[in-house]
Design a protein around this ligand. Sequence first.
Ligand SMILES: C[S@@+](CC[C@H](N)C(=O)[O-])C[C@H]1O[C@@H](n2cnc3c(N)ncnc32)[C@H](O)[C@@H]1O
Length: 183
Amino acid sequence: MYNNWYLSYDEELTNNNYITPKRCSEALEKYLFNKQGDILDLGCGTGLSGKEIISKGFNQVDGTDFSEKMLQEADSKKIYRNLFLHDLNSDVYNFDNKYDAIVAAGVISPNHAKPKALKNCIEFIKPNGLIIFSLNDHAYNDLDFLGKIHSIIDDYNLKIIEKKYGDHLSKISLKSWIYVVKK
Ligand SMILES: C[S@@+](CC[C@H](N)C(=O)[O-])C[C@H]1O[C@@H](n2cnc3c(N)ncnc32)[C@H](O)[C@@H]1O
């Protein structure tokens, strides 16, 4: 799907007032004070989320996605330090870096990355590092999905330091929760 969508993705999402990346970057700015911190934009897509992160003054931002075309589009924005291909639903994660924060805007959902992606990222977060992710109304209202997310948070002793409801795609009245979770 995303390998065909990459060309019109930015325009379509912008036209529908896609707010979640901005809200994630605001949360990042609020809780990560080191602008040189290592950040991973998980499921970075074409780089809309990375653009918002960079706009807050962070400049060590890597991105990953499982769509080569989305990554090519992200690369053309020249904002990422490294971009790499990775399927978040795979069982083996071999990231090269550890991160001060991992940001997943619009990525963890029943149709995209499964809850286990959250679990698999934990070892790549530095001590006291953050994971900031959104769950849109569809994901949040799927009680099985939500239950798995919260089980991972509990089982790995992660701490929810903020959880806020707000606009996701405001043109179609879809909202999302932004979780800020500390390792
Ligand atoms: C709604 S887009 C969000 C992209 C970007 N974070 C943004 O806010 O614009 C979802 C992204 O997740 C990626 N994605 C979906 N499932 C994935 C998976 N299993 N592994 C890696 N990336 C995935 C898609 O390719 C797409 O780029």
